[in-house]
Design a protein around this ligand. Structure first.
Ligand SMILES: [Zn+2]
Length: 310
């Protein structure tokens, strides 16, 4: 209920998904109807399906349970912010678990046929000419997960209520594909499948201004930059006899750079550097400098303000 004109609305029945053309500046609301339902999600550049969402980057810069104020990124070498989470009234999402699949239910439960996110996604994407191999890693909305002391991720029950919703702002034109997760034999959706409400509306000026700026860099490449921009149309892999390797920056050239340290700096280095380097001061200095930069990188790369230099 935004009071704004609804451009598109749909209720996904259990066992289904829905591809939605979402233009830059539009908002997709994914809302609970009865509560307690996980929603799996795929996303493609509407004008080039080979650019698609990459949970790996999202997980690296925003953590395992991204929520309001974070981006959904595309895979390298595109690596662009595709969507921004404007609102998230429940605040529990997951980028650790893969989509559930037919094999999972057959191998773990013995079910020869069972609703599963992979096959639901594939059928929804078929409306746009994609194949089951085009389904990619899933962003899992309203999915409650945590990492145990043993390092393994587990699914916990969820308590989302009717009306709880996520608002996704499209930063580029995308094909957004949510589906009702097919898992009714796990805690994912509290052992029952429920419908999910979808609405599309235009973002307000305030919402359009909400995402923090993200760096636009030369390393974000498009097919115009590819040595091979042609999508392979057949399935078998065959060696190209004309291929000549052109790896970037290879062969690698190393140059020694002299760094003078004062006695005070040398003492400080001994104090802060890990002791794994022994007397190798160059290695210790490299470690300390890169550790400092790494902390700054994760902030800057996520669109968050960089931490102040000490
Ligand atoms: Zn699922």
């Amino acid at each position: 209920m935004t009071g704004r004109p609804i451009l598109f609305e749909w209720t996904m029945a259990p066992g289904t998904g829905k591809p939605i053309e979402l233009r830059a500046g539009q908002v997709l609301r994914i809302a609970q109807v009865e509560g307690g339902q996980c929603v799996d999600f795929n996303c493609f550049n509407l004008h080039d399906y080979r650019e698609f969402m990459h949970c790996g980057r999202t997980r690296t810069v925003h953590g395992f349970n991204p929520s309001r104020g974070t981006f959904l990124w595309s895979a390298p070498p595109r690596e662009r912010a595709m969507l921004y989470i404007l609102a998230d009234t429940y605040g529990r999402n997951d980028v650790l678990f893969p989509r559930c699949s037919a094999y999972l239910y057959e191998s773990a439960y013995g079910f020869a046929a069972h609703t599963n996110c992979h096959d639901i996604q594939a059928e929804a994407q078929r409306e746009y000419g994609l194949t089951p191999d085009d389904v990619h890693d899933s962003f899992n909305f309203f999915m409650c997960t945590e990492i145990g002391a043993d390092g393994r991720a587990t699914i916990t029950r969820q308590t989302s209520r009717p009306g709880d919703h996520i608002d996704l702002l499209a930063l580029i034109d995308v094909l957004a594909v949510p589906n009702v997760c097919g898992a009714d034999v796990m805690r994912t959706s509290n052992f029952a499948l429920k419908p999910i409400r979808l609405e599309v509306f235009a973002a307000t000026p305030d919402e359009l201004a909400a995402p923090p700026p993200v760096p636009a860099l030369r390393s974000q490449r498009t097919p115009a930059d590819f040595r091979n921009p042609t999508i392979k149309a057949d399935r078998a892999l065959r060696r190209d006899p004309a291929y000549r390797a052109e790896f970037v920056n290879a062969p690698i050239v190393e140059t020694e750079v002299a760094v003078e340290l004062t006695a005070e700096e040398r003492a400080l280095l001994r104090e802060v550097a890990p002791d794994i380097y022994g007397d190798d001061e160059a290695a210790a200095l490299r470690d300390v400098l890169f550790s400092w930069w790494e902390a700054r990188f994760l902030q800057a790369a996520s669109g968050a303000p960089a931490i102040a230099a000490k």
